[in-house]
Structure formats: structure tokens, C-alpha cells
Design a binder for this molecule. Structure first.
Ligand SMILES: NC(=O)c1ccc[n+]([C@@H]2O[C@H](COP(=O)([O-])OP(=O)(O)OC[C@H]3O[C@@H](n4cnc5c(N)ncnc54)[C@H](OP(=O)(O)O)[C@@H]3O)[C@@H](O)[C@H]2O)c1
Length: 267
């Protein structure tokens, strides 16, 4: 049986890729997608939106029109996702959240909602990135205590939050493995006379330029050598395909709070 999926924010950069990935996925049935009431894509064919030709399904402005879906995939904005999570909770729907940039307090709201529904919070749905998190854990365990750890990320000019959710998660994985508090050791950018690098710090550097889909590197640097672990996304389809994998997995999960490590069996 196919899993019935709806895409929230389907006219966005990710939304259009998600439509294509859902249509092409053999275990998923796309039942609809949402746009804003003010959108120029109201009542627009989903396939045409994705550039894959008409599929005979139109965009909706009301989540109540999408009740047929079992799993919702949300790549919108922080405010919209927080509204959508309330609706999903009230209607017993599972939710894959791809939206990024939530504060610690907002994450707590999502965690609380997961008592009543299955939720995946996935700031990066790429399978490669999530494997990278595992590699970071292994590396931090082996050499993290004596190397300088820095994280670099680059994205397109339209991205609204920085550093990326993925970069922060990379820092979190490393800090957790080393027993450090990321809030205390993170350094977000440097300028002026900063003094020598403090051993415990985890530095973040951000680039925003052109159409870069997403690049992340963790440096573990010692005197005489440096290990770099890099992931480069060359197309948004990697995130869309990972989101479909997450939606399929979530359709069989109990109420609870999950991430892509759960989906990929990496825990
Ligand atoms: N998890 C991952 O792997 C991953 C990968 C890439 C991006 N992201 C994140 O996903 C989010 C979206 O990224 P994007 O690049 O696709 O941005 P985007 O192009 O701005 O798309 C967001 C879409 O959401 C729509 N939207 C906002 N509020 C809505 C509402 N109430 N109802 C219906 N649609 C609504 C917007 O509509 P309007 O155009 O009408 O405002 C827009 O089409 C960001 O947080 C981004 O950081 C995550």
C-alpha cells in the first residue's frame, strides 16, 4: 500500500522538488500540496508547478482540503511550520519538518507536540549529510580532544538563516560526543583582534553566494595534518528524496520525536 503524502509549501524551491520526488516514488501517493491564499499558484496543477507536466491535482490553500494525506512534508517557514504542527496534532497526522532555523524554545514546542503525533525534525534530509553526522561522531571520539574543530558552510544567496541548521547540527554532534556545551564553545564568526584560538571552541564560518545548493565541511586540524569531512549537495533532489524516505518511515512510526538518524537506522 502506498503512503499518502501532502506537501506544505509546494510552490517553494524545495516544494517543487518534493512534488517531483513524490510523483516518482513507487511507495508514495501524492494527494495534494498547499500554497498561501495570496499565492499566484492557487488552484495550480502540482505537476506543472514542478515542471514535470500536468498530473491533474491542484494546489490547496486550506489544510482541511488535504485530510486524505497520512503524512505531511513541510518545507515552509518557521511561523508556518509552527501553525502546521498544531493542525497536524489536532488531526492525528504525521509530520516531516524540513524547515530550518528553529530556536531552542521552538524545538521544545515541536518535541511537546510529538507526544500526540509522529514528528521528524530534519534540518537536512540528505542521506549523505546524515551519514556525515555519524562520521563526525566517530572522528570526534578518536581525535576531537586534541584537534582544532571548525565548521564551514556555504549556501545560495536566498537562504534566510545562518549558520545553516546542518552546520549547527554538525557542531552539536561533535560537542555532544566531546561532552562540551555548544552554547558555551561555539564561535560564530571572528573579526578584529580576537586573540589566540581557545582550545575548546568550535568555530563556524558562513558563505552566502549565487546558487550554491549546500556545502558543509568540518575541519579537525592538528599541527602537521588536518582531516576534512565534506558534503556537497549538487541538486535539491537529494533533500527531496531523503524527505520521501523519511515520510515512508514515519508512516509506520508511533507518536514521538524522531530525526533522520532514526530513519536511516544509524542510532
Ligand atoms: N531539511 C532540508 O534538507 C532542507 C533543504 C533545503 C531547504 N530547507 C529549508 O526549507 C525551508 C524552505 O526552503 P526553500 O528554499 O524551499 O524556501 P522557499 O523557496 O522560500 O519556499 C518556502 C515556500 O513555503 C511557502 N509558504 C510559506 N508559508 C506558507 C503557508 N502558510 N502556506 C503555504 N505555503 C507557505 C512559501 O510561499 P510564498 O512563496 O508564497 O511565500 C514558499 O513557496 C527553509 O527553512 C530552508 O532552510 C531544508
Amino acid at each position: 500500500m502506498k503512503v499518502k503524502v501532502a506537501i506544505l509549501g509546494c510552490s517553494g524551491r524545495m516544494g517543487r522538488n518534493l512534488i517531483q520526488a513524490a510523483v516518482e516514488h513507487q511507495s508514495i501517493k501524492l494527494v495534494g500540496g498547499s500554497v498561501r491564499e495570496s499565492s499566484s499558484f492557487v488552484n495550480f496543477d502540482l505537476g506543472e508547478l514542478a515542471g514535470i507536466g500536468a498530473i491533474g491535482q491542484k494546489t490547496s490553500t486550506q489544510l482541511n482540503d488535504l485530510l486524505d494525506a497520512d503524512v505531511f512534508i513541510d518545507f515552509t517557514s518557521i511561523e508556518t511550520t509552527l501553525e502546521n504542527i498544531n493542525w497536524c496534532q489536532q488531526h492525528n497526522k504525521a509530520l516531516v519538518i524540513g524547515t530550518t532555523g528553529f530556536s531552542a524554545e521552538q524545538v521544545k514546542v515541536i518535541e511537546q507536540a510529538s507526544n500526540n503525533m509522529p514528528v521528524i525534525l530534519a534540518p537536512n534530509t540528505s542521506v549523505g549529510v546524515n551519514l556525515m553526522f555519524k562520521l563526525l561522531e566517530i572522528t570526534a571520539k578518536a581525535i576531537g580532544d586534541y584537534t582544532d574543530i571548525e565548521i564551514f558552510e556555504a549556501h545560495h544567496r536566498f537562504k534566510k538563516d545562518a549558520p545553516s541548521g546542518t552546520a549547527v547540527k554538525m557542531g552539536q554532534v561533535i560537542a555532544d560526543t566531546l561532552g562540551r556545551d555548544l552554547n558555551k564553545v561555539a564561535v560564530y564568526g571572528r573579526e578584529g583582534i580576537t586573540g589566540e584560538r581557545k582550545k575548546e571552541t568550535i568555530g563556524f564560518a558562513t558563505v552566502r553566494a549565487g546558487d550554491i545548493v549546500g556545502e558543509h565541511t568540518a575541519f579537525f586540524a592538528d599541527i602537521g595534518e588536518r582531516l576534512e569531512i565534506t558534503h556537497r549537495a549538487s541538486s535539491r533532489m537529494t533533500f527531496a528524496l531523503g524527505a520521501m524516505r523519511a515520510a515512508f518511515w514515519l508512516s509506520e512510526a508511533d507518536n514521538g520525536y524522531y530525526d533522520m538518524q532514526d530513519v536511516l537506522g544509524l542510532k
